[in-house]
Design a protein around this ligand. Structure first.
Ligand code: ADP
Ligand code: MG
Length: 507
């Protein structure tokens, strides 16, 4: 093989490797320099910004002007310099320039030109790949931005959201679903089936719910109770069909919204309405009962006088009639107490109101209770707000009755021994409510009972011990003062009763 052919073969082999131009060109220049015994070999590039030396081997002697003059003229061989044009089609890409200290032979010039013809397409090819790479990088960046934007949208929503495909595999999983006790990270969730991730839920039920949305294409909505987060919470679950190609349902979007507070507010509202209705009813019934009660009491008294007259006249009254009459009197009395209690609940007597400090109310209540037998063994912890005394407009006597009822319930719940905490707080900045709390360490209240304790006659105490009127009277009095009473309790862990009353605006 002639040396020229060998050189061409070497260059062809190099170009065929498909290596990056930055690596190939210096090697090509090296081969050319060797073949021609050149002290310099450079690749010059030209584009709209001009002509410049892109690669160079050996100390360069040719200037830009030299190269340009040679390229523009037709003498590609000159004093100590030889050039090979790099062109494809009508485009001029530059030149390969060699520096030699002797005449270049025709054969050498042909070799140089051949190599130029070989290198030019490689240059163009590299240029295209680079453009393509830039384009791809740009598009990738745009797609990534778009993806992040969509992700941000679903992450910003205050609801848990995930999307599954027909194979029940998770395709989207938002931030809210990553947090909390049951949170699973996005990396962990994406690509796995929903049954693997929500393994606490019965898989068959879950599958049915999804199948239903896939087959009907209709939105499904239901409520779900869960204690998975440690406390009891209510969620509204919505399953929304999604169609990627606008024909069949391809995905299902599931949204879970914590509606515990909303539901509690609804329940409170319903409770308040119910109690108001009971109150109105009770007031009507009680008035009806009051009159016959008064009649019975009057008749009893008359009979007692008649019996006394008989005895004075020496006539022996019927056996045990005295006892019967005193039973009638006692029972009438009991009825009256219940009637009055109910009336107080339904319509607390409109009594005079004045400025009352809840701290003082509590202290007076404790003073009155001090001598109460069931209260003797209790220890009381006071945390009263002296900085901003909780002052309200109200009736001290009625408010004492409220705290008395709460404290007596606390003693009952703790079997007369244990600690009760009494706390008050003046209205914090920006709030119109003052607050008082009674917390005990008793047996607490079962969840279903929490709804009912303010109803008249609801009691869990044995007959003769509870009337079930205490809390309903408290409710009536607090409502009459424009406030609210709430109970908070976990069975077995004590109870807290919180009273909120509107603060007095002194200005
Ligand atoms: N501090 C408390 N701890 C536990 N349960 C309570 C407490 N206070 C009230 N309860 C529950 O609420 C019910 C109703 O209370 P209340 O209206 O005062 O009626 P009574 O005390 O006559 O039963 C009680 O029977 C009891 O089940
Ligand atoms: Mg009671």
């Amino acid at each position: 093989m002639s040396p020229a052919i060998a050189t061409i073969a070497d260059v062809a082999a190099l170009l065929a490797t498909g290596d990056a131009l930055d690596r190939v060109v210096p090697s090509v220049l090296g081969i050319v320099a060797d073949a021609l015994g050149a002290h310099e070999c450079s690749l010059w590039r030209s584009d709209e910004t001009g002509l410049w030396r892109a690669y160079s081997l050996g100390a360069s002697t040719a200037s830009v002007d030299d190269v340009r003059r040679h390229l523009e003229g037709n003498s590609l061989v000159g004093e100590g310099i030889a050039l090979a044009r790099l062109t494809t089609g009508s485009r001029s890409l530059g030149a390969i320039v060699v520096g030699v200290s002797r005449e270049v032979t025709t054969e050498e010039f042909v070799l140089l030109t051949t190599i130029g013809t070989m290198v030019a397409p490689a240059l163009v090819h590299a240029e295209y790949s680079r453009q393509l790479e830039t384009e791809v990088a740009l598009r990738t960046r745009q797609i990534e931005q778009q993806r992040r934007f969509t992700e941000r949208i679903i992450d910003s929503m205050p609801v848990g959201l995930y999307v599954i495909d027909r194979e029940f595999r998770i395709q989207a999983w938002n931030r809210k679903r990553e947090t909390g006790m049951q949170g699973v990270s996005r990396e962990e969730a994406i690509g796995r089936t929903i049954f693997e991730i929500l393994h606490r839920q019965p898989a068959e039920l879950l599958r049915e719910e999804f199948e239903d949305v896939f087959s009907t294409g209709r939105i499904a909505e239901f409520q779900m109770e869960s204690s998975a987060s440690g406390e009891h919470r209510t969620y509204r679950i919505t399953k929304i069909p999604m169609r990627v190609d606008d024909t069949t349902v391809t995905h299902v979007i599931t949204i879970g919204e914590d509606i515990t507070e909303w539901r509690e507010a609804q329940e409170r509202f319903a409770q308040a309405e119910k109690l108001a209705a009971i109150g109105t009813l009770a007031a009507g019934v009680m008035h009806e009962i009051n009159n016959p009660l008064a009649t019975i009491a009057a008749c009893g008294e008359s009979l007692q006088i008649a019996l006394k007259d008989m005895a004075d006249a020496g006539i022996q009254p019927p056996k045990a009639s005295d006892d019967y009459l005193s039973i009638i009197e006692q029972e009438v009395h009991r009825c009256k107490r219940i009637v009055n209690g109910l009336l107080e609940f339904s319509r607390p007597r409109a009594v005079g109101k004045e400025l009352v400090d809840l701290n003082e109310v509590i202290e007076k209540t404790l003073f009155l209770l001090k001598h109460h037998a069931s209260f003797k063994k209790m220890s009381i912890e006071l945390d009263l707000d002296r900085q901003a005394p909780p002052t309200v407009e109200g009736n001290a006597e009625q408010l004492i009755q409220v705290f008395m009822a709460l404290l007596l319930n606390a003693t009952d719940a703790m079997q007369e021994q244990g600690r009760v905490k009494l706390r008050t707080r003046g209205a914090p900045k920006g709030s119109d409510w003052v607050m008082a709390e009674v917390t005990d360490e008793g047996h607490g209240i079962k969840r279903p009972d929490l709804q009912k304790i303010f109803e008249p006659f609801f009691t869990t105490k044995p007959p003769g011990r509870g009337t079930g009127l205490g809390l309903s009277i408290c409710y009536g009095i607090v409502a009459e003062h424009g406030g609210r009473i709430e109970a908070d309790s976990v069975a077995g862990q004590g109870a807290t009763f919180r009273i909120s009353l509107p603060r007095v605006t002194t200005s």
